[in-house]
Write a protein that binds this ligand. Sequence first.
Ligand SMILES: Cc1ncc(COP(=O)(O)O)c(C=O)c1O
Length: 475
Amino acid sequence: MTTNNTLTNQEIKENDAKHILHPWEYFGDVENADRTIITSGDGIYIYDENNNKLIDGPGGMWCVQIGYNRKEMADAVAEQMMKLPYMNPFSLTSSTPALLAKKLADMAPGDLKHVFSTTGGSTAVDTALRFVQFYNNVKGRPNKKHIISRENAYHGSTHLAASVTGKDRDKNFFDLRSDTIHFLPHVNPAKRPKGMSLQAFEDAKVKDLEDRILQIGADKVAVFIAEPILASGGVVVPPQNYYKRCWEVCKKYDVLFIADEVVTGFGRLGYWFASEAVFGVVPDMITCAKGLTSGYLPLGACLISDRLIREISGDHSKGASFGHGFTYSSHPVACAAALKNIEIIEREKLLEHVREIGPYFQKKLHELSDIPLVFDARGMGLVGCIECSVQQLEDQHEDDAAWLAFDTDLGARIDRHCQERGLMVRPLVNQCVFSPPLVITKEQIDTMFAILREAIVVTMHELQEELGISLVKAA
Ligand SMILES: Cc1ncc(COP(=O)(O)O)c(C=O)c1O
C-alpha cells in the first residue's frame, strides 16, 4: 500500500523498471530488470526488502568507509543545511569548504596543497586532465597533450574520464576521444607469461611506459594517469615497485603523474592516500571521491601541486583563467559530511584498524585459492577480488565459446549464492570484488569469508553437474 512517499515492494520494482535508468543499464531487458530493494543499513550490514541482513561486501561502491547509520553524519549535514545549504563557489567562499580544503591539503603528500572540489570521481578525473591541458597551453607547449593510461583502468563516466578508461567492453557503442589517448598493456601479475618471474614482469611493465613515451615523443606526452591498484579492473595489484618506477620514468621525461585514488584514498589501504604512504610516490595530482564522505553525500576532489600552480600563476599566467567548475563545487553540505566523516575516521582510528586487520583479511582471502574454481585471489588492505574460471580446469574442451559463457556468468552465480547466505559481493564478469566498510571486525571477516567459501563451492558443484566434469585444482 502507498503511504505518502512510501511504496510497496511491487511499486518500487515497477517504478524502477519503468523510470530509472541505472548505471551500466542493459537495454536488452530494460523494462524487466528485477533488482534487490535495499531498505536500510547499519554498520557493515544492509537490509533487503524481505528484511534479510546482508554484509555489504563492496561497501556500497567501495565507499562506505565508516559504515551505515551514523547519526552524527545526519546531524552534521542537518546543521549545515540550516546554516548555509548552498554557496556560489565561483565568487564566494565559506568556512566549511575552507576547513575541508585545509584538511585535505594537510593529509596530502608533498606539495599537493591546492584543492579543486568536484561532484564525484569522474569529475575529479576530468578536472585533473583538463588542468593538464590548460597548464601546457599556458606554458606554451600546445603539443604536449598526449595521455597515457592502462588496459583495464577505470577512471569514470564523463566523456574524458571514460576516454582514458581502459575497459574495452565499456566502450562499446560509444564515440570516445582517442586521438591523444594511449593504453599500456595489462599489469596483472597473475596473467604474466608462464615461467616469467615477478621481477621480469615488473621490468617489462615499466619498460612498456618508457617505450610508449619514447615512441610518442616525450615532448608530446603530457601525463600518465594510474590507479595505485586497478579497482574496477578487478583489484589488480601490480608488482611491488611498479608504481614508483613509473613515477620515476615520468619525472625523467617531464610527464605529469596523476594518481587516481578514488578507491584507494580515505583508508582503503590504511592511509588517507596510498600513493606516498604505501608506494613511495608523490604524484603531481591526486583525484579522490567515494570514501571522502563515505558515500553519505556526493563529493570529489582533485588535489594539485603548488609547483604546477606556481608555474602558471602571476607573471606566468598570460592572463588565463581556468574555465572549469561546477555549480556544486565546494558544496557546503557535502563538505560538512566530509569533515564529519574524516573526524570519525580519526577518532575511531580506522586507518590504524585497517593496517592492523588488513593482513588478516588478505590471509582469509588467499585461503580461498585452494578451491579448484578459484583462478586467482588478490588484494591489499581492505580490498580484494577472487577470479574464477572453469576454463583453467579443462582447456581441452571443444566448444570454447560455451565454456567462456560459464566463466562470464561466474561472478553473478557466486553473488546469488552469497546473498542467500547473508553476504553481498560485487560480481564483475568472472570475478567478485569486495571492499567492506573499514569498521569490519575480525569476527565479521571470518563470517564473510566462510559465506564466500561456501558460495564458491556450491557454484562449483553446480557447474560440475551442468558440465559433467570433475573440477580439481590444476597443479
Ligand atoms: C579509480 C576510479 N576513478 C574514478 C571513478 C569514478 O568515480 P565516480 O563514479 O564517483 O564518478 C571510479 C569509480 O568507481 C574509480 O574507481
